[in-house]
Design a protein around this ligand. Structure first.
Ligand SMILES: [Mg+2]
Length: 166
């Protein structure tokens, strides 16, 4: 199913060594807005920089694929030391496919990580890569965003305490 994430985690910080080992993961295609940093925030969320270092120490390859502009993505990606693709046009797959190619890791050992079903999860599913849906660090307050979340909850019968979706 195109809209169904493989895993549903609280945020990127929940991706740890045990999780990666259990699921045989060597590379992550990371969304930026609401996944590493709140939308428009020039800084990453607390803990993200340390988490990236931990991932690197485990030998995990990472690349940002964002639908946002280079102007937004480049400064934060540079700060975090991550290669990136801006204007990634998810749910189209070219940005994600390119990222996998650049990281030289097979799709079967890669995860697409992001906070949105209609862009991140769909792009991963269309590309044939497992996906992780994460919560934004702070839920956005706009009514459109809330409506979207509510629809997602209805569709997926979401249980906020569930760490993994089966
Ligand atoms: Mg996002």
């Amino acid at each position: 199913m195109l809209f169904k994430p493989t895993f549903w985690l609280k945020n990127v910080l929940a991706i740890d060594e045990a999780f990666l080992r259990k699921h045989n993961v060597r590379a992550l295609v990371l969304d930026m807005d609401n996944t590493l940093s709140m939308h428009g925030n020039p800084a990453a969320e607390e803990g993200v920089s340390e988490w990236l270092d931990k991932m690197r120490s485990l030998g995990i390859k990472m690349r940002v694929v964002s639908n946002n502009t280079k102007k937004r993505v480049a400064p934060l990606a540079a700060k975090l030391g991550l290669p990136f693709t801006a204007n990634g046009a998810k749910p189209l797959t070219f940005g994600v496919n390119r990222a996998v190619k650049e990281m030289k890791v097979s799709k079967s050992r890669t995860l697409v990580v992001g906070d949105q079903i209609i862009t991140d999860v769909m792009a991963g599913n269309l590309a044939g890569i497992r996906t992780v849906l994460v919560e934004p660090f702070h839920l956005e307050k706009t009514w459109t965003f809330r409506l979207k979340r509510r629809l997602e909850s209805l569709v997926f019968h979401r249980d906020y305490n569930d760490l993994e979706m089966k």
